[in-house]
Design a protein around this ligand. Sequence first.
Ligand SMILES: Cc1cc2nc3c(=O)[nH]c(=O)nc-3n(C[C@H](O)[C@H](O)[C@H](O)COP(=O)(O)OP(=O)(O)OC[C@H]3O[C@@H](n4cnc5c(N)ncnc54)[C@H](O)[C@@H]3O)c2cc1C
Length: 410
Amino acid sequence: MKKLLILGAGTAGTMVANRLSNLLDLDEWRITIVDQHANHYYQPGFLFIPFGIYSKNDVIKPTRDFMPSGVELIMSPIDLIEPEHNRVKLSNGRSLQYDFLVIATGAQTHPDQTPGLKEHEWGKSIYEFYTVEGSMALARHLRTWQGGRMVVNVVENPIKCPVAPLEFLMLADWYFHEQGLRDQVEIIFATPLPGAFTKPIASRHLGDILDRKNIKIVPEFMIERVEPDARKIVSYDEQEVEYDLLVSIPLNMGSEVIARSGLGDELNYIPVDKHTLVSPKYANIFVLGDAASIPTSKAGAVAHFAVECFTDNFLRYIDGLEMLPTFDGHANCFIESGFGKGLLIDFNYDTEPLPGRYPLPGIGPFSLLQETEMNHWGKLMFRWMYWNLLLKGQELPLPARMTMAGKWNS
Ligand SMILES: Cc1cc2nc3c(=O)[nH]c(=O)nc-3n(C[C@H](O)[C@H](O)[C@H](O)COP(=O)(O)OP(=O)(O)OC[C@H]3O[C@@H](n4cnc5c(N)ncnc54)[C@H](O)[C@@H]3O)c2cc1C
C-alpha cells in the first residue's frame, strides 16, 4: 500500500481527503489524516457571532462527519515532521510513515506576541473575533456596551481573510445603527497598510465605502504595544490611538509544529512553488491552505481552488508525469458591508480585484467591487456551500483558474 498522510483536518485537509479518496484506488492507497480537534470550525462564520447573527452552533460540526469512508482519521496533536525519514511523530506516541505528505495545518492567532494585548484587560476592554471563544466573548460585551471609541487593529499582515476586519467594521456600523447607538460610537481602523486593503483598486473602492460610513482609517500603523491601563495602542514610531473598546486581529502565524520541524519561515509559513504547491526541498511534500507561504489571500476559497488544481496534478505526479503549474493564486471573497448588502472580489497572483460581474460575464448574478443585496445573499449562502459541497470535495461550476471574462479594466 502507498501511504498518503494529510496533516490538519481543517478546510484544506478535509477537501484533499475527500477528493483524493474518490480519485485514488483505495485498494492500493492508504489515506490517513491527523488533527488535534474533534470539531471542525466554519471560521468565516466567526465574523457574524459578535453581532448576534450566528451562534456557536452555526459554525461548529464534528470533524468526523466530513471524513469519507476509507480514510483513517487520527485525533492527536502533531509533534514533529521528519522529512528526511518520511515520518511524522504524534503527541500520542505514534509515528506515521508516509510516501506523500500534505501539510494543511493552517494559521493560528498569537495575541501573546504583542506586549500588553493579552493581559489583565483581555476580555474586559480588549477582544478579538478570530476564534469562536473570542467572538462569543465579544458578542456578550457588545450586548451591553454603551458606546465610546471602538478601535479595530490589525497587528501585522498576512492575516486569514484580509477583508474580515473591513467586514467587521461595516457590520459594526450597521449593528450600532440598529441599536440606536451609532451617534455614541466612533469607529476607527488602525492598519499597517497604507489604505483599506492590500490591492490599490479595491483599496480605493473599500476606502470610499468606509468613508461614507464615517469609519476613520489610521494607515501605516505598526503596533508595538498596548497600554491596557491607559487604553491606548502605540506604534513603533510612537503614534498613539486611544480606545474604549479595542478589537484586535492578533498576529497570525503558521502552526508551531512547522517551526519545531524546521520547515517554515519567520512566521512559520512553509515555502512552496506557488503554482504547484510542492516543497522546493522535498519532492513528496505539498502544502495546501493557509500553511503555505504564497502571495495570495489566506482564505477558504483560495484553499478550494488550490486543492482542485493540486488533486488533478497529484494524479499526474504519481503516474510519473511532471506537475503542471496550474494554480494561479485565484481568490474570491464576499465582503459583507452591512444593511443587507455586500461586495465580491475576484483576483489572482497577477490581476488585482477589478469591477465587473461574476461568474457569468454581464449577467452575474454577483457584482464585483459593488455593494448589492445579491452579494449579501451570496455571503450567507457560502456557509451552506461550505458544509455541503466544498468540504465534501464536490465539483462547483466555477473554474479553479481566474478568468478575465466579465471584468472591466478600470
Ligand atoms: C474571522 C474569519 C473570517 C474568515 N472569512 C473568510 C471568508 O469570508 N472567506 C474565505 O474564503 N475564508 C475566510 N476565512 C479564512 C478561512 O477560514 C481559512 O483560510 C481556511 O479555513 C484555511 O484552511 P486551512 O485548512 O489552511 O486551515 P484550517 O481550516 O485552520 O485548518 C488547520 C487545521 O490544522 C490543525 N492543526 C494545526 N496544527 C496542528 C497540530 N500541531 N496538531 C494537530 N492538528 C493541527 C488545526 O486543528 C486545524 O483543524 C476567515 C477566517 C477567519 C478567522
